[in-house]
Design a protein around this ligand. Sequence first.
Ligand code: ADP
Ligand code: TYD
Length: 221
Amino acid sequence: MKGATRRGLFVSFEGIDGSGKSTQARRLAERLRAGGAEPLLTREPGGSPGAEDIRRLLVEGDPHRWSPTTEILLFTAARRDHLERTILPALAQGQTVITDRFADSTRVYQGAARDGGALRALVDRLHAEVIGTEPDLTLVIDTDPEVALARGLARRSGEDRFEEMGLDFQYRLRDGFRALAAEAPARVRLIDGDRPEAEVAAEVAALVAAQTARPPPSAPE
Ligand code: ADP
Ligand code: TYD
């Protein structure tokens, strides 16, 4: 999206379902608050009232409720609203924005893991047209799918449309996130999620501190 000035740091957490990314996003926000900052912690799909409405359409119900193409349009619509109403205003005020999932989830879930990767070109075109913004830093919590599935299923929430797609799907997703880290190594960092929460959190904090120490990347887009 053009025209907005980004002054705050924009960090996304990514990973397969149950990888521990929400836990790490929350811990990072708590750590920054303890240091006197006022970060914004948000999530996708969702993060604004309109996008939360779209979230319900996406995460509840039959796993095959939407075609893959329709799903891409819904996730992108939710992201556009989240960006306009929540993320860009906070960044413009200089807040650090921490989001639990962003565009890499669409690249991997819709673009890489379904229909043999045929939809990645559509995902990329839509992103360029209506989103056009990347996080400054993306932390992929890279967790073994069997461990992650056990964590996720232990927590059943009624939002299991994606978890119900099975273990093979989770392996494809993990490969997709790893491929993104290889494609964009300066932005996307892999963090071993098969460790105690506090150890993962320490690595997250170190990467964010290193990013904060860099010169501001945030010229208007
Ligand atoms: P995600 O957001 O990736 O789906 P969550 O952060 O919600 O994952 O974590 C899923 C479950 O696993 C939660 O019950 C959480 O308390 C637990 N959990 C998170 N990180 C770890 C960890 N490093 N070790 C063990 N359990 C964890
Ligand atoms: P989320 O609430 O993060 O689930 P979890 O905590 O289990 O990881 O996201 C809901 C589901 O939506 C999740 O299975 C991933 C999926 N998703 C996509 O398929 N594409 C997307 O662009 C996004 C943001 C999420």
